[in-house]
Design a protein around this ligand. Structure first.
Ligand SMILES: [Zn+2]
Ligand SMILES: [Zn+2]
Length: 256
C-alpha cells in the first residue's frame, strides 16, 4: 500500500516521500542526506526503490540537500525546465546528474505524477498531483501566492491533499519581518495564509477530500494551533481529517 511520509515541512526545509517500501519517489529535497538515509533505513526502504526526485522550485528550503544526496542516490531529477535551468546556473545540478524536464504527466512505476504551475516568485514553480494507477489521488501543493482555478480543480480530484498554510496574517503583519518581505509573502506570488488555506479546504471538503495535511508553516509568523483552527472550522460537518505537519517528521505514514 502506498503512503506519504513527510520528512520535514517548514520555511526552512521541505521533503516528502511517496510510495511503498519497494518503489517511490521524493518531492523536494530540503533536508540533509543523513536525515534521508535514516528515514530510508527506518522505513525499510532500499535505496534502489527510490525512482526519482521531483522538485517544485529552486528555493533553498526545497533543494538544499539535493546535490549531496544525488552523490549517494544518483536518481533522475524531475522538474520544470525553468527550475532545472535555475539549479544548473546555481551549480546545484550539473552534467553529472540526470535532469528530466516535465512537460506533462510522468509515468513512474505505479504512479502518474503531473505538475501544475503555481504562482510563486521562482523561475517556474509547480505543485504535483500524484495518481496511483487504479488507486487514490493525492497532491503536494506548497509555495503559492493564491489558489488558481486550475489548481483548485486539480485538488478537487484528490482524497489526500498536502496544502500550504504558511502564516497567520496578523502575526505576519505585526511580526519581525522587514516590510519588503511581508509584502512578498502576502502577495499573489508569495505564500498561502491560514485563511487562504482554509478557504480552499472549505471548497475541497464538499468534494473528494478525506484528509488535509497542513504544510510549510512559517516558524515566525504562524502557530500550529492557529493553522489547525482555521482548517478545522473550514471542514464543517464533513468527515475530513485535518493534520498539521510538524517541522520535523514524526514517523507517521499516511496511507493513500
Ligand atoms: Zn519558495
Ligand atoms: Zn518553500
Amino acid at each position: 500500500m502506498s503512503f506519504l511520509y513527510n520528512l520535514c515541512s517548514s520555511s526552512s526545509g521541505n521533503a516528502t516521500y511517496i510510495g511503498t517500501q519497494t518503489e517511490g519517489f521524493f518531492i523536494d529535497m530540503g533536508t540533509g542526506v543523513r536525515t534521508v538515509l535514516r528515514f530510508l533505513k527506518e522505513a525499510q526502504i532500499e535505496k534502489r526503490a527510490v525512482q526519482g526526485i521531483f522538485l517544485t522550485h529552486e528555493h533553498s528550503d526545497h533543494v538544499k540537500g539535493l546535490s549531496t544526496l544525488l552523490k549517494y542516490l544518483p536518481v533522475p531529477v524531475y522538474a520544470s525546465r525553468g527550475t532545472l535551468l535555475a539549479l544548473y546556473e546555481k551549480g546545484i545540478l550539473s552534467n553529472q546528474n540526470r535532469m528530466i524536464p516535465l512537460n506533462g504527466p510522468a509515468d513512474i512505476g505505479r504512479f502518474i505524477v503531473t505538475p501544475y504551475a503555481t504562482s510563486h516568485d521562482a523561475a517556474e514553480s509547480v505543485c504535483y498531483q500524484i495518481q496511483e494507477k487504479n488507486g487514490a489521488t493525492a497532491a503536494v501543493c506548497t509555495d503559492l501566492g493564491y489558489v488558481s482555478e486550475e489548481i483548485e480543480a486539480m485538488l478537487s480530484e484528490c482524497s489526500t491533499v498536502m496544502l500550504e498554510s504558511n502564516h497567520d496574517r496578523e502575526m505576519l503583519r505585526n511580526g519581525p519581518y522587514p516590510y519588503f518581505l511581508k509584502k512578498r509573502i502576502l502577495s499573489d506570488s508569495g505564500h498561502l495564509s491560514n485563511a487562504q488555506a482554509a478557504q480552499t479546504v472549505r471548497t475541497l471538503a464538499d468534494r473528494n477530500l478525506q484528509r488535509v495535511l497542513l504544510a510549510h508553516l512559517s516558524e515566525h509568523n504562524n502557530l500550529p494551533a492557529l493553522a489547525l483552527q482555521s482548517s478545522l472550522e473550514a471542514v464543517g460537518e464533513n468527515a475530513c481529517e485535518v493534520y498539521v505537519l510538524p517541522k520535523w517528521g514524526e514517523g507517521r505514514r499516511f496511507f493513500l
